[in-house]
Design a protein around this ligand. Structure first.
Ligand code: NAP
Length: 318
């Protein structure tokens, strides 16, 4: 496993981080607690130090599981959670951005309790909140950093213009964006902007939520308990070409004796300006195999270019 440093974070950050959405136990079809516990243990065994989560993943369940599994091993981990998203479970589940200082402070206190820790390494604004001045949201995060409750600040899903503003308000360490062979919008503006400002980019959904693993094609259907049935990658027009992309990637991977998942992750990590990527896993084998791929031969530049050219992507913003 390769590691990078991130401003404000003491522990070396693994270039493959474990995504915490699946650890919440909802929205990805059938998963078992035993399997999810195995995912975290396997990630640690594979050299993963970066663990991404959020209060909303499983409405607290992802943070609870991570807190439990990192007990006694907390110092080995870089725990990155999120804030700025509020929700109500009843009468019908509803979520909305809320970057107000009171809400953010309350969320961070809740995360600390669930994660069984007295600090989080990175606290990331999950989505921009147009109703709250950005100065207020980042102001309370800067206070929490001074108080030692968080070590570094991050922003997820910010357009480039808003990121520029964030960088002028406070020291931002991490930017999270979707980035994969089929979704390359961030390469046009966000990656160069972060490179210029020395901010780490953590690319999420490198497998396009599993679509690039070679298991899925145009005939694939995702059940109602699987959020992919409603995801823009599957329902939106910008990503209509994903089945042919996935097929072509699988062909290239087979010819190299590698898996499509490994190659999709390797391609993201070889992109200039990407510091690390988050892979979500539902079984220990899934995270083990992508980490083993990262330990294998590096992607030569010629092949990186060839894959990027033969496999189609979209630079449409989500
Ligand atoms: N900041 C944000 O707004 C935001 C948004 C989205 C995600 N994220 C973070 O990024 C993480 C990763 O993104 P993601 O979960 O959306 O997508 P992803 O990592 O692109 O895809 C994950 C899915 O791919 C399949 N998979 C994983 N490894 C595999 C392997 N080796 N072989 C075959 N299939 C494999 C699994 O689903 P199946 O087995 O069911 O196919 C898994 O659930 C999330 O967990 C979350 O922490 C952040």
């Amino acid at each position: 496993m390769q590691y990078v440093t991130v401003k404000g974070v003491d522990t070396a950050v693994s270039r493959i981080g474990l995504g915490g959405e699946q650890l919440g136990g909802h929205g990805w079809g059938r998963v078992t607690r035993e399997g999810l516990v195995g995912v975290v243990r396997q990630a640690l065994d594979s050299g993963v130090t970066l663990f991404d989560t959020a209060p909303i993943y499983g409405l607290g369940e992802s943070e609870l599981l991570l807190g439990e599994e990192l007990r006694g091993r907390r110092h080995k981990a870089v725990v990155a959670t999120k804030c700025g998203l509020n929700w109500t479970p009843t009468p019908r589940f509803r979520k909305w951005p809320d970057g107000s200082p009171e809400s953010v402070r309350g969320e961070v206190e809740g995360s600390l309790q669930r994660l069984l820790t007295d600090y989080v390494d990175v606290c990331q604004v999950h989505w921009p909140d147009p109703a709250t001045p950005l100065e207020d949201t980042l102001g309370v995060l800067a206070d929490l950093r001074t108080e030692g409750k968080i070590r570094a600040i991050g922003c997820c899903n910010f357009p480039a213009e808003l990121l520029r503003k964030a960088f002028s308000i406070c020291d931002v360490s991490v930017v999270q964006v979707p980035y994969s062979l089929i979704d390359r919008a961030a390469a046009t503006d966000i990656l160069p902007l972060c490179l210029e400002h020395g901010v780490a980019v953590v690319a999420y959904s490198p497998l396009a939520r599993g679509l690039l693993t070679g298991k899925y094609g145009s005939g694939s259907e995702f059940g109602p308990a699987d959020n992919r049935s409603r995801h823009p990658y599957v329902t939106g027009s910008a990503w209509r070409e994903w089945p042919s992309t996935a097929m072509r990637l699988a062909e290239i991977a087979t010819s190299m004796g590698r898996t499509a998942a490994e190659l999709a992750v390797a391609w993201v990590l070889a992109t200039e300006g990407v510091s690390a990527t988050l892979v979500g896993a539902k079984s220990p084998e899934q995270i083990e195999s992508v980490c083993a791929g990262e330990d294998g031969p590096k992607l030569p530049e010629s092949l990186f270019n060839e894959i990027g050219e033969t496999v189609q992507g979209s630079d449409h913003a989500q």
